[in-house]
Design a protein around this ligand. Structure first.
Ligand code: SF4
Length: 379
């Protein structure tokens, strides 16, 4: 049962239930103690142990005392929502006990799940492509939600004041999106602008484990990673996430689009030959029966490309890929200048080969063909 120890900054101040379940209190106090001395903690416990409230009530006092942010990473939206619910209980508990301690917390999602721009949504892009299209839309002042958000931001001292009653308590991404729909402002950027003021941020693993996303995320939260406490829900998923973050691929579909761009912008014929060679190569593989994955020897494949394209060594191929990358930049610039939306498959294609060359001798990378059935066709 709670005692009158509220003035002490320990888990007791934040644990919002009347009673602890079996073993809960000793787990919480251990976690708090180890977190204070900067240890990593691994908690393995069955469902029903109340792991979310254990983690939050143990870590909140440490984070508040040491001015650290809590980054709580989950795999699914419903897990995010559960964390927000527990935080709301803690907030309510604090205010009911007249403890002057606000918990500002937000759950965030990726651009594809928060964007309200109809043109972008209709294109069904992957996250990288969405980022490029969103950048172009903002650059050309073509996203009304972003323009509205900036207008609102200029009217207040801090984005929290755009809807103070809402952001003063833990808020779930779903709730934020609904409010933004009413106000016709961009939820994705609003959530980013709010991050600086948030003590707890609930997000999926990508925000931290993907190096490209992490950099900008940490800029928005204005805190270094060493000034954050990471809570990773269901951390056995880390291996899959790390593999996904470090995987690159090309497909017949992406090659066809590259080919279209190269033809339309009259590229050098060698670029067209290269993409055609790969497209034929992949299409021939579709006939392999009962094969889902087939390893590739990355060095021999590079050798095969060099022979086909008549490069005497890898440096020649590398310069050629850099030329493709520059070509994609010039197509992009031209399309943006014309107010068009551009899906930069060619840039991703060049990045794929640069990455291949960078890591082809490393044993911790695996190179393969993946043959899948899609809409009853092999790809
Ligand atoms: S600014 Fe916001 S609403 Fe506009 S395209 Fe980007 S993510 Fe979507």
């Amino acid at each position: 049962m709670h005692s009158t120890q509220f003035l002490e900054n320990t888990y007791r101040k934040f644990f919002p239930y009347k009673e602890f379940r079996k073993s809960q209190e000793s787990i919480i106090s251990h976690i708090e103690e180890y977190a204070r001395s900067k240890h990593n903690i691994l908690l393995v416990a069955p469902n029903g142990t109340g792991k979310t409230v254990i983690a939050l009530s143990a870590i909140l006092p440490v984070a508040i005392e040491k001015n650290l942010k809590i980054l709580y990473m989950c795999r699914t939206h419903s897990q995010n929502t559960r964390v927000i619910k527990e935080l709301n209980k803690i907030s309510f508990f604090l205010s009911s006990n007249k403890i002057d301690q606000k918990i500002r917390a937000i759950s965030i999602r990726g651009r594809n799940e928060m964007c309200l721009n109809k043109s972008l949504l209709s294109m069904k892009l992957n996250p990288n492509e969405s980022m490029a299209v969103c950048t172009d839309l903002r650059k050309n002042r073509n996203c009304v939600h972003f323009l509205n958000l900036n207008k609102k931001r200029n009217e207040v001292e801090h984005p929290i004041l755009i809807s103070p009653e809402l952001f003063d308590k833990p808020i779930d991404a779903e709730e934020l999106i609904n409010v933004c729909k009413e106000k016709q402002i961009c939820p994705y950027f609003l959530s980013k602008y709010l991050l600086e003021q948030m003590q707890v941020i609930i997000c999926n693993y990508q925000w931290i484990f993907n190096p490209h996303i992490r950099e900008s995320f940490l800029d928005f939260i204005t805190q270094k990673l060493e000034d954050c406490i990471l809570i990773i829900d269901e951390c056995h998923n880390i291996i899959d996430v790390a593999t996904e973050v470090n995987s690159y691929w090309i497909s017949p579909y992406s090659l066809k689009i590259c080919l279209k761009d190269l033809e339309m912008y009259r590229s050098p014929s060698k670029m067209l030959n290269f993409v055609n060679f790969l497209l034929n190569h992949l299409n021939n593989l579709k006939n392999l029966q009962d094969v889902k994955e087939k390893a590739i020897d990355p060095s021999s494949f590079l050798q095969k490309i060099c022979t086909t394209l008549d490069f005497s060594d890898l440096n020649g191929f590398k310069t050629f890929i850099e030329d493709i990358s520059e070509f994609s930049v010039s197509i992009h610039e031209e399309k943006v200048a014309n107010g068009e939306i551009y899906r930069d498959y060619l840039g991703s294609f060049a990045d794929f080969w640069l990455k291949w060359m960078e890591v082809h001798l490393r044993e911790d990378y695996f190179f393969c063909y993946n043959i899948k059935d899609k809409n009853e066709k092999k790809t």
